[in-house]
Ligand binder design. Structure first.
Ligand code: GUN
Length: 294
């Protein structure tokens, strides 16, 4: 392996410590404790783990955590009623409804019911639109984490060729917007892209967010590129065991890349750290205070 390993776990711990310090200043100077409400509908085990980890990290950073666990049979009207109560609750500055939602619930309707000022996921069309217009916004956490990680290797991204593989509203599109705001030349590739290996090979910064285990091979990567792997895929590891792999074939890619994020321990830990930073930002904005620099 010749690539530098980008230690998302350590970088996320540093960001969480900065959020905690800023939160304690907010409490001391303004009596304000940012509050994050996380809503989980149903018993999906992976979602339950994420929600538990979010709650733990929220409390550790000195923020208030409100967890709402609803039955898998919850109706859309019941969930919308809860969102409406959280929108009106002055102790709640950020609202996150864990996705995916059960099939009887229209996720987009729920996202659009969240007050954009409390939308710490940055999924509301108002925040998506503000991001694409270059206006201040609450920005989705995983994409922010990707850019922070890339900038630890190369603080000035201006002029870089960035290729984002994947066009979801949660990662692909917003990370492309953030890279554009950093003055990268951005290509968004997807399942219909012709010559995907050739397109990836152009990248100085390659962001893989397709959700297909180890799809991106080592010989798709330009020597020296920064590779940010958003994928978290559970695959068979033999003898009845499973393991987590990214969207990039790690060992092959690490032999040619300049820097690469591991899975696990790369982008994943950044998502929660950025969620805490967004909650701090949302609380400050709602109180008419400047967003703390973290
Ligand atoms: N499910 C997986 N990742 C996320 C996320 O970042 N936000 C929400 N709301 N649900 C998720």
């Amino acid at each position: 392996m010749s690539a530098t390993l980008i230690d998302g776990k350590a970088i996320a711990a540093d960001l969480r410590a900065k959020v905690a310090a800023a939160a304690s200043r907010l409490a001391r100077d303004h009596g304000l404790v940012p509050g994050l409400a996380v809503v989980l509908v149903g018993e999906d085990p992976a979602s339950a783990v994420y929600v538990r980890n979010k709650g733990k990290a929220t409390v550790e950073a000195g923020l208030a955590s409100f967890e709402h666990k609803l039955a898998a049979t919850t109706s859309q009207a019941e969930l919308l009623a809860l969102v409406s109560r959280l929108n009106a609750d002055p102790a709640v500055h950020g609202i996150l409804v864990q996705l995916p939602l059960p099939p009887q619930i229209d996720a987009q309707a729920v996202i659009e019911a969240i007050d954009p000022a409390k939308d710490v996921d940055g999924f509301h069309p108002v925040n998506a639109g503000r991001l694409s217009a270059g206006l201040p916004a609450l920005v989705p956490c995983t994409p922010v984490g990707c850019v922070i990680l890339a900038k630890t290797v190369r603080p000035q991204l201006a002029g870089c060729e960035a290729v984002v593989v994947g066009r979801s509203n949660i990662v692909g599109k917003p990370v492309a917007q953030l890279l554009l705001a950093e003055n990268c030349t951005v290509t968004i590739a997807h399942s219909k892209t012709r010559d995907l290996p050739g397109v990836c090979w152009r990248a100085d910064i390659l962001v893989a967010a397709v959700g297909r285990p180890e799809m991106i091979r080592g010989d798709w990567i330009k020597p020296g590129a920064i590779v940010i792997d958003v994928g978290i895929n559970r695959v068979e590891a033999g003898e009845g065991k499973t393991k987590l792999v990214g969207d990039v074939a790690f060992a092959e890619a690490a032999a040619v890349a300049g820097a690469i994020t591991p899975v696990p321990g790369g982008v994943g830990p950044m998502t929660i750290a950025c969620l805490l930073a967004n909650t701090l930002k949302a609380a400050s904005m709602q109180a008419g205070l400047p967003a703390p620099a973290v």
